[in-house]
Design a protein around this ligand. Structure first.
Ligand SMILES: C[S@@+](CC[C@H](N)C(=O)[O-])C[C@H]1O[C@@H](n2cnc3c(N)ncnc32)[C@H](O)[C@@H]1O
Length: 319
């Protein structure tokens, strides 16, 4: 069995990530990218979220893959028509790709994630279970630009982006990322999860669960920032807030200061009034026609989608 190769791309520079986090804290309305959720604990808390009663998204997606996975995989293989790499964006525990490997039969599996230390053991386990399939782990932050050296991914590729993380990007940035995915696919295809517009109360509960796991996930970002930029956030002084903005079609997550306070880090500080917040995540919800339009704008011409029975989630294959 070949050892898994791991590469860390220079998009993962701690100096650059720390500079981005500080700049976000100093904006008039403090904003920190959701990519900062994912330290080791954040990655585990995310996995716990997927088990919650309120967070039906992953179960809906799993139902779609188990009902239609074989059809989707057959269609993807037929459209690409030659050996391809499976490129998993934000692979996390690699569990979703693992379930589809037998159907997709890629030539290689490339797992990309900002949290390489979380992905590493998952990928090593997967390699153990599939000793004949070459696997590569790539530590990268693709929020500004999704790009791989051609030596790592010559193409064609099936770009796999499940779980509706595309919703973290505003429509313009989402279109840019999808266009970059098309370049990366180099004549291949895209298989992507999309959370659809649904009942407001259901959406809000999914991001503000009764057990407080999503609150812990959101608050853990402050611990991560403390390590990254040396700040002195005390998570006890903050509370989780999630709301659905129907006009914008997105869930917003914020952390709100419980009282007036000052956060300090080497070389800087930020004052927060009581109730003032840090915007930590947007999660856009899409209708299928709007998402098809987004894909077309990014250069993907042929899209086919599969939904769960409640039509709350879709998996889209595009080429
Ligand atoms: C919502 S989780 C989804 C995990 C898995 N793909 C799934 O669908 O269950 C998002 C994953 O993307 C990774 N991630 C988040 N922002 C990223 C970025 N800017 N670049 C690379 N990976 C990122 C996280 O570390 C995490 O593993």
């Amino acid at each position: 069995m070949p050892p898994v190769q791991f590469h860390a791309l220079d998009t993962l520079s701690v100096v650059e990530l720390a500079a981005q986090a500080r700049a976000g804290l100093l904006r008039e309305a403090a904003t920190v990218s959701p990519k900062f959720f994912y330290d080791a604990l954040g990655s585990r808390l995310f996995e716990a979220i997927t088990e919650l009663d309120e967070y039906g998204l992953m179960r809906a997606e799993a139902t779609i893959f188990s009902s239609f996975g074989a059809v989707m995989a057959g269609e993807a293989r037929a459209r690409i028509g030659r050996p391809f790499d499976l490129v998993d964006l934000g692979a996390g525990d690699c569990a979703k790709a693992a379930r589809l490997l037998a159907l997709l039969q890629p030539a290689r599996y490339l797992a990309l994630d900002i949290s390489i230390e979380h992905m590493r053991p998952a990928l090593q386990r997967m390699q153990h279970e599939h000793p004949g399939l070459p696997m590569v782990g790539i530590g990268t932050d693709f929020s500004d630009r999704l790009q791989l050296p051609r030596t790592l991914c010559p193409g064609p590729a099936l770009v796999f982006y499940p779980g509706s993380s595309i919703g973290n990007f505003d429509p313009q940035a989402a279109q840019r990322l999808l266009a970059q995915a098309r370049e990366l696919a180099a004549g291949g295809a895209l298989l992507i999860g999309v959370d659809l517009v649904k009942d407001k109360a259901q959406l809000q509960a999914a991001y503000d669960d009764a057990l407080g796991v999503t609150a812990a996930f959101n608050l853990n970002l402050l611990r991560h920032l403390n390590r990254l930029i040396g700040s002195d956030f005390d998570p006890r002084q903050w509370r989780h807030h999630a709301r659905y903005d129907e006009g914008a079609g997105r869930i917003e997550m914020h952390l709100l200061a419980r009282a007036a306070l000052v956060v300090r880090w080497p070389g800087g500080e930020r004052r927060f009034a009581a109730g003032e917040g840090i915007h930590t995540e947007n999660s856009y919800k899409w209708t299928l026609p709007d998402f098809a339009e987004l894909l077309r704008g990014a250069g993907w011409r042929r899209a086919q989608s599969w939904c769960d029975a409640a039509e709350g989630f879709a998996v889209v294959l595009a080429s």
